[in-house]
Structure formats: C-alpha cells, structure tokens
Write a protein that binds this ligand. Sequence first.
Ligand code: HEM
Length: 148
Amino acid sequence: MNYVVWLVTAIHLLSVVIWVGGMAFLMLVLRSGLMAVEPTARVTLQGALFRRFFRTVWNVMPIAVISGLLLLILSYSHQPIPWPVMVMQTGGILMAAIFIGMFMVPNRRLQAKLASGTATAEDIVPVRRLVLLNLAIGTIILICVASL
Ligand code: HEM
C-alpha cells in the first residue's frame, strides 16, 4: 500500500467512525440514558445534542464521501470494482442524501419548535427514525466491507 492510499484510507476510516459511531451512541446509549431526565427537559436536551452532532456530521460526511471517491480512483481505476465497494459507494451516497433530507425537513421543524418552546417528544420521532435508518445502512456497509 502506498503512503497516499494509506493516508486517504485513514481519513476515510476516521470520518466514517465518527459518523456511524456517533449515530450508534445517540441510538444505543443516549436514548436510554435520557430516560432518567424529566420529559420536557429530555426533549430540549435531545434537540441540543442532535444540533451539535449534526453540525459534526456536516463536517465528516463530505470528507467520508470525497475520500471514498478518491480511494475509488486510486485503487480501482484499472481493475473491476468488487461488490462490497459497490455496496459501500451506493450506501454511502444514500446515507448522505438521507442525512441532508433529515437535516433540512424534520430537524429544522424540531429546532424551530424548540426555539419557540413548543417542541414535544413527537417532534423527535421522525429525526430519530432517519438517524436509525442511516445507522442500519452504515452497519450493512460495514458488514459487506468486512469481506474485502
Ligand atoms: C460515497 C461513499 C463511499 C465511497 C465511494 C467509498 C469508497 C471506498 C473505497 C474505494 C475504499 C477502499 C477499498 C479497498 O481498499 O479495497 C473504501 C474503504 C473503506 N470504506 Fe468506504 N466508501 C464510501 C463510504 C463509506 C461508508 C459510509 C462507510 C461506513 C459505513 C465506509 C467504510 C469503509 C471501510 C471500513 C473501508 C476499509 C475497507 C478495507 O480497507 O478493507 N465507506 N471505501
């Protein structure tokens, strides 16, 4: 492996670890951890944590996609692309599209309601579902990529 491929792979892996790992933390740890908090404060806290995490994803998501495309060029411009890499590129683009859609519609609605003090637990549901969907796609990608 040459140094450029090594470096780009490291950047790719770090960005997907932050993205997928952050979603796993939100879904597996934070949700149950917040059950101890009183319901109104829970919605406010979840909304604030989502806002912070989504800001991070806005930084790492383009890095994951660009480094992935760069790896495609560096490693597969002269040979056929294996199926796990096909799954990864399709899944990665799908995850990016789902994230942007989720950020623009249900998340904006949630943040506006939080700002006006009218947010309820119901407003969290569509955001959480789409994060869960992205976590599932990310997990499938990782399982497929493990066969490389
Ligand atoms: C547009 C999006 C993406 C593209 C084009 C892409 C492309 C690539 C390519 C070409 C490689 C190198 C494969 C090899 O060395 O044989 C790679 C490595 C890897 N990618 Fe992605 N990727 C994308 C998104 C993702 C996402 C979302 C994840 C995680 C959920 C991910 C996880 C990985 C992992 C774990 C490796 C290391 C595999 C290995 O070296 O054995 N990628 N990616």
